[in-house]
Design a protein around this ligand. Structure first.
Ligand code: NAP
Length: 534
């Protein structure tokens, strides 16, 4: 018999867990289907060495429960993955979430049934369930992609994608290790593995601009201060563009003298976290000349930290300015290349030809390895949707609807897919955010919508084609003025390893979390303008 619920949530990461908590409060029979065997989403899968927050820990945890805030102490300013996963398990226990979560259950299909006004989902192993509402909580960076290099399957050593890391520790001591990829993940894993590997070769296609994390433990006095100031911390996050504690400086880089710029850049470089990206002059991500000033500063830092000038040059991005792709935060990353056991293989000079049984062959030569780490990224944002066969009214496939780029209403709804709510979906501000802050906003908006429907006896909601077109147009317009819209990255839906993802379609929302929140609130206050109820 098919199990029946009021609501089905796909995914038990940060958003799925909180959505479950809220829907239970509404009294809805809710079931969560989770592919892994535990809660935590990103922090469940990404167990690679060096994985840690780039957000200040105390700005990242859930803010909805004062009791939870009181009970939990973060040990470091930027917590490492094991601690974050412990935290999410603590949350699951505290709110008794597990009893409504079906683990080891990857949803393969979801189909809307118009006659019954309900969704039917099916797991990969053929179990089915139905519910009036379907909420996707599948994460923007959750579909790992292996490189499209011939021979990956023939390698006889150990091979790991960072996003599918084994649960048991991997020992690198004395081993010959290769890392492919130098994004935010690659940088974290490289600086960690370099500590113990016998030999480490980093295969770099495009370098990124990396900035120091400046992590440190939280001492007892700071801990007390953090606990006393949670309201201010979250208020500060609410006001900033990406819900970080860092707020853009109101000045333009080009309006101040070179000396003032230099002092300011140095101050940001010396401070922890994303300040240098999020708290910088407001024109550096919009104006190429302003951007050039911070890029020159960052290039100088690389030259100062990497002893071999030729290596420093290879590590310096030439094809994009600082901040126009995701900035990896690092701890001693550049110094890794001063180590004798580390080699940088520049794939622009010597591309990889294939992976062999024993290692990696470039156009220069074959190198042998015991371990290959694939830090090659994810089919971002839409990728997690693409791997579920989602069918809306008239059997329309979501993948086909989004083939020319996503179309959504507020990044939360899709016309033709009634009662489907996409937490942290494409064109949602949560994709460009200190994510739990925006997740809470998304979940609370969705919960209020469902409460409205319950109170008004509505069973079906669908965004109108006009509202969807208007939001989609607004998303693209807002992105146009940003420098990152001219650069290939996962922000723009580019993934060289996934067929059909070579054309730029902006996947995020660049208008900022405060503007997004205001728009969502406005829609709710108007009785959900742009949405049709039955
Ligand atoms: P990514 O930024 O997409 O980087 C993937 C890397 O792999 C790039 O250097 C890419 O080179 C390289 N690559 C991909 N395919 C390749 C191929 N066939 N041959 C050679 N190189 C190849 O992915 P990521 O580093 O996993 O990061 C994804 C996102 O996850 C981040 O931007 C961030 O939002 C999130 N993240 C967050 C944290 C945190 O908060 N602490 C940590 C890690 C990641 P190209 O650049 O040339 O394409």
């Amino acid at each position: 018999m098919t199990a029946q619920y009021d609501a089905i949530i796909i995914g038990a990461g940060i958003s799925g867990m909180y959505q479950l908590y809220r829907l239970r409060e509404l009294g809805l029979r809710t079931r969560v289907f989770e592919a892994g065997d535990g809660v935590g989403g990103t922090w469940y899968w990404n167990r690679y060495p060096g994985a840690r927050f780039d957000s200040e820990s105390y700005s990242y945890g859930y803010s909805f429960s004062n009791e939870l805030l009181d009970e939990w102490d973060w040990s470091e300013h930027f917590s490492a993955q094991p601690e974050t996963l412990r935290y999410l398990n603590y949350v699951a226990d505290k709110f008794d979430l597990r009893c409504d979560i079906e683990f080891d259950s990857r949803i393969a299909r979801a189909e809307w049934n118009e006659n019954r006004t309900q969704w039917r989902v099916e797991t990969e192993d053929g179990r089915a369930a139905t519910a009036r509402f379907l909420i996707t909580a599948i994460g923007p960076i959750s579909t790992p992609t292996m490189p499209n290099i011939p021979g990956v399957q023939y390698f006889e050593g150990e091979g790991y994608h960072t996003g599918l890391w084994p649960h048991e520790p991997v020992d690198f001591r004395g081993k010959r290790v290769a890392v492919i990829g130098t994004g935010a993940t690659g940088v974290q894993v490289i600086q960690e593995v370099a500590k113990t590997a016998g030999r480490l070769a980093v295969f770099q296609r495009r370098p990124n601009w990396c900035a120091p994390l400046h992590n440190r433990p939280i001492d007892a006095q700071t801990q007390r201060k953090i606990h006393a100031s949670y309201p201010e911390i979250f208020a500060r996050c609410r006001e900033s563009h990406g819900c970080f504690i860092h707020k853009a400086d109101p000045r333009n880089a080009l309006d101040v003298s070179p000396e003032v710029r230099e002092t300011f850049y140095q101050k940001l470089y010396d401070e922890p976290g994303f300040g240098i990206w999020m708290g910088n002059f407001r024109d550096i991500l919009i104006d190429e000349r302003a951007n050039a000033t911070i890029s020159e500063f960052m290039a100088r830092k690389i030259r100062e930290r990497v002893m071999d000038p030729r290596l420093a040059d290879k590590l310096t991005p030439k094809d994009h300015g600082f901040g126009t792709r995701r900035v990896p935060l690092e701890t001693g990353y550049y110094e890794v290349y001063n180590q004798e056991n580390v080699e940088l293989v520049d794939l622009n000079e010597t591309p990889i030809e294939c992976i062999t049984r024993g290692g990696i062959r470039t156009t220069e030569k074959e190198r042998e390895f015991d371990v290959i780490i694939y830090a090659t990224g994810f089919d971002a944002v839409t990728g997690a949707f693409d791997r579920i066969d989602v069918r809306g009214t008239g059997g329309m496939a979501l993948k086909e609807k989004w083939a020319g780029g996503p179309k959504t209403h507020l990044g939360l709804q899709v016309q033709g897919f009634p009662n489907l709510l996409t937490l942290v979906g494409p064109h949602n501000a949560a994709t460009f955010c200190n994510i739990p802050r925006c997740i809470e906003q998304n979940v609370e908006w969705v919960t209020a919508l469902m409460q409205f429907m319950l109170e008004h006896g509505r069973t079906r909601v669908e965004a109108s084609a006009e509202a969807e077109a208007a939001w989609t147009e607004h998303v693209y317009q807002t992105a146009e003025r940003m420098l990152f819209s001219k650069i290939d990255s996962w922000f723009m839906g580019i993934n060289s390893n996934v067929p059909g993802k070579q054309t730029r379609h902006f996947l995020l929302y660049a208008g900022g979390a405060p503007a997004y929140r205001e728009k969502c609130d406005e829609v709710a206050a108007s009785g959900y303008r742009g949405m049709a109820f039955e």
